[in-house]
Design a protein around this ligand. Structure first.
Ligand code: SPV
Ligand code: MG
Length: 292
């Protein structure tokens, strides 16, 4: 009989990894299948990425989808996997009232960790070549306090993400903001950068002194081995969009190959078997119901 899948909280996974001196490794997904593949590969958690979820709908990552739509993607994923989902909740979908509602809804859906960023609503994806305006520090701290007051369980984990480096405000501003966010109740901070090197993130880590766990997203500085990141003071690494980008490349090449060659012989050794798909669907368990 297929059983509902249970999962540990993100907080407990982080504690276990910290005790081992290891990082929590998280990978971006946009649906349950991606989540299941992430779990099978051995990731510790799945990032319900706003970029991935909106790209899967062929829409920009620009606060176009609603909270309900992002939640649905995260909740479908969480239901299918035995590792925690870390939900990217953008700006919290509005003001303090929206943030409280968001926490109630995500927690009720079994999500144990959310990450909210200090951009203005509606937001634009970090990597878009445009100026980003940040919410002022006090207003974002107010949203954090509301989020922490809104949570029903002590286990719920809130990551405050600053876009200070993205906005060119420098490491000092990033430190000031993250300090204020932790004082407001954030359980961890995410320091994002779109620099081609990890230098400014390293500078941040050196001055941060492990005041709270630090999450990083090494997209534009991919040459940071996870073991080195841990030594540098990182607690969680999110590989936010590599899965989406791999999916796009693979589907594109596969579709082109079928049309170009007129048959699929060349592909068969490189693509998953139908049995593999059945396994991911846990079909054998479902079929036991036929003769129950
Ligand atoms: C996401 O994956 O949606 C993120 C990370 O928020 S980034 O795209 O780098 O902003
Ligand atoms: Mg996002």
């Amino acid at each position: 009989m297929p059983k509902p899948v249970s999962h540990p909280s993100f907080r407990s996974v982080l504690a276990d990894k910290r005790a081992l001196g290891a990082a929590v490794r998280v990978v971006g997904v946009h649906d349950a299948l991606g989540g299941r593949l992430a779990e099978a590969a051995g990731f510790d958690a799945a990032w319900a990425s706003s970029l991935e979820v909106s790209a899967a709908r062929c829409l920009p990552d620009a606060s176009i989808l609603t909270m309900t739509e992002y939640l649905e993607a995260a909740a479908h994923t969480q239901k299918a996997i035995g590792i925690p989902v870390v939900a990217d909740v953008d700006t919290g979908y509005g003001n303090n009232l929206n943030v409280a509602h968001m926490v109630h809804e995500y927690e009720a859906a079994g999500i144990t960790a959310v990450c909210m960023e200090d951009k203005l609503f509606p937001k634009m994806n970090t990597f878009v070549a445009t100026a980003q305006t940040l919410l002022d520090t006090d207003a974002f701290c107010s949203k954090i306090k509301v989020a922490k007051d809104a949570q029903g369980s002590d286990d719920f984990f809130f990551i405050a993400r600053t876009e200070a480096l993205i906005d060119g405000l420098g490491v000092q501003t990033a430190l000031e903001r993250c300090t204020a966010y932790v004082e407001a109740g954030a359980d961890a901070v995410l320091i994002h950068s779109k620099s081609q090197t990890k230098d400014e993130v390293l500078e941040f880590l050196g001055l941060w002194n492990d005041r709270a766990p630090v999450v990083v997203v090494p997209t534009t500085y991919p040459d940071w081995h996870v073991d080195d990141a841990v030594k540098d003071g990182v607690s969680t690494v999110i590989y936010a969009n590599q899965g989406l980008r791999a999916t796009v490349s693979t589907l594109r090449d596969t579709y082109i190959s079928i049309l170009r060659h007129g048959d699929t012989t060349r592909l068969e050794d490189d693509i998953a078997s139908v049995e593999d798909i059945f396994e991911l669907q846990q079909l054998a368990d479902w079929r036991k119901l036929e003769s129950a």
